[in-house]
Design a protein around this ligand. Structure first.
Ligand SMILES: *[C@@H]1O[C@H](CO)[C@@H](O)[C@H](O)[C@H]1NC(C)=O
Ligand SMILES: *[C@@H]1O[C@H](CO)[C@@H](O)[C@H](O)[C@H]1NC(C)=O
Ligand SMILES: [Zn+2]
Length: 175
């Protein structure tokens, strides 16, 4: 008897979860954008709505791809001073735990200092945060240069649709 009750409780819990999931899903679909998740722990770290193209003069390769519900997302390949290659996407907003002081040296983006961007939930290295070294209120030069942006390592994030496709079993059976 107790067992049945427990099962009912579990089922209804699962149902509510699926329902809220579906609701969020259609909401993001309407805007043609996706939430980006930390690949290691699944925490929300960014929204593809805020992706924008910010090219580094040092990029080795520039590619456009339809990614995360957006067209022509810029992916650039950058190499750090140790010769390690990263494919990064740039975004105006991201949830980052910024670690350490700002570094001006070896910045991929001249005029911007960088800090490590780590997942606020699990600490995984997600990319870097870039802050303009110029103060924001130099009204003489109202450039479109954004004060702060983030470069996320493509292989360390995941679109939410990827996890949907794992959860929605029936779709897989149709194949
Ligand atoms: C998510 O996947 C669904 C089904 O595969 C697709 O119709 C939808 O356009 C995708 N959404 C985004 C934002 O890519
Ligand atoms: C993406 O690129 C294609 C081909 O260059 C172009 O036709 C299309 O309008 C672009 N879409 C957006 C949203 O910029
Ligand atoms: Zn994480």
């Amino acid at each position: 008897m107790f067992n049945i009750f427990l099962r009912l409780l579990l089922y209804s819990y699962a149902f509510v979860n699926i329902y809220t999931f579906a609701e969020e899903y259609s909401k993001t679909e309407n805007n043609g954008q996706e939430v980006l998740l930390c690949r290691k722990c699944g925490a929300d770290v960014a929204d593809s709505y805020y992706l924008f193209s910010k090219l580094s003069p040092g990029s080795r390769k520039i590619e456009k791809q339809n990614l995360f519900g957006k067209q022509n997302v810029t992916i650039q390949t950058l190499v750090n001073p140790f010769g390690v290659k990263f494919e990064i996407i740039t975004t105006e907003k991201a949830r980052c735990d910024n670690i350490g002081p700002r570094q001006g040296a070896d910045s991929w983006f001249p005029g911007y200092a960088w800090r490590i961007c780590a997942c606020p939930h699990c600490g995984q290295h997600l990319g870097w945060t870039f802050d303009s070294s110029k103060s924001p209120d130099t009204s003489t030069e109202k450039s479109q240069n954004i004060q702060t942006f983030h470069g996320l390592i493509l292989s360390n994030v995941l679109g939410e649709n990827f996890t949907d496709s794992l959860i929605m079993m029936p779709k897989m059976y149709k194949m």
